[in-house]
Write a protein that binds this ligand. Structure first.
Ligand code: C2E
Ligand code: CA
Ligand code: CA
Ligand code: CA
Length: 275
């Protein structure tokens, strides 16, 4: 707590003070992360359910903090959003991911996560155009993942951006599907190429679970709407076979591969096959 003037005010409990200190420290470190080369992009394979082959990768950011080790994105992305760093960091990830994808066979797609602040930014479409132009990646190999929170904001602006992206030939996926409030209505109002079924639904798909009928419904809905469905967080052979039988288009999860640095990804005879 600060003491100033003749009166002493305690705005914060001592433990709040510690939290604030830690937060300020994290913010200061995060501002240096990109210039200090502490950020990295990992790639997790996405499998085509019928071909049982890798058809793409999702780019997932990593931060190697100099003293604290790996800090998960769920911890620092929200901070980057708050302090206005996300647009810079997001542009960097986009560029890295596009660059990396040009080294893979042309039937392999790359998915990049967009935070709501990036999506709101006037510069998003131009940033995507620039990343494609600078790397020479074909637009139809790039997929952008957005979450429902983006759609909650200004739906007219959102719709304009989504149409502009699709006009470029870029694909757009609705991430974490099912975790929001009105996912189903969004499918009707916005043009998506892909629905990513949140891993919380995949985790518990046992026969008597209420999650199984939801997963079945979303896969059937995707088929009816002509939208690709991807199941996230597939960890077991049992889940894999069940989702394959239900007709889910693509599968992603630790069962097929964890996120890894690009240098660890092995491509056999020009194709990335299941390990
Ligand atoms: P997400 O987009 O839903 O990404 C999927 C997360 O689930 C990743 O966590 C991934 O490592 C993890 N995952 C994949 N398969 C499995 C599995 O079988 N089991 C379990 N338990 N987890 C699995 P990660 O890499 O920690 O990323 C967390 C979140 O951080 C992402 O969730 C995304 O929202 C955000 N994020 C990551 N990279 C970026 C980025 O470059 N930009 C933005 N804006 N957000 C990012
Ligand atoms: Ca994602
Ligand atoms: Ca997700
Ligand atoms: Ca998520």
């Amino acid at each position: 707590a600060k003491t100033s003037g003749k009166r002493t005010f305690r705005f914060f409990e001592p433990q709040m003070d510690d939290q604030l200190q830690a937060r300020k420290g994290l913010e200061a470190d995060l501002r240096k992360a990109l210039p200090n080369n502490e950020l990295d992009v990992f790639y997790q394979p996405v499998m085509h359910a019928v071909r049982e082959e890798v058809c793409g990768f999702e780019a997932l950011i990593r931060w190697r903090h100099p003293t604290r080790g790996m800090i998960p994105p769920d911890e620092f992305i929200p901070v980057a959003e708050d302090i206005g760093l996300i647009v810079n960091i997001g542009d960097w990830v986009l560029r890295q991911a596009c660059e990396q994808a040009t080294r893979w066979p042309t039937d392999i797609r790359i998915a990049v996560n967009l935070s709501p602040a990036q999506f709101r930014s006037q510069a998003l479409v131009q940033a995507v155009v620039n990343a494609l132009a600078a790397t020479g990646l074909c637009a139809n190999r790039l997929e952008l993942e957005i979450t429902e929170s983006v759609l909650l904001e200004d739906s007219e602006h959102t719709l304009t951006i989504l149409h502009q992206l699709r006009e470029l030939g870029v694909r757009v996926a609705l991430d974490d599907f099912g975790t929001g409030y009105s996912s189903l209505s969004y499918l009707r109002s916005f043009p998506f190429d892909k629905i990513k079924i949140d891993q919380s639904f995949i985790r518990d798909m046992s026969e008597n679970s209420h999650h199984l009928p939801i997963v079945e419904l979303v896969i059937a809905l995707g088929r009816d709407l002509g939208v690709t469905t991807t199941a996230e967080g597939v960890e077991t052979e049992d889940q894999f076979r069940k989702l394959q039988a239900l007709g889910c288009t693509e599968l992603q999860g630790y069962f097929f591969g964890r996120p890894a640095p690009a240098s660890k990804i092995r491509l056999s005879d020009g194709k990335t096959r299941r390990r």
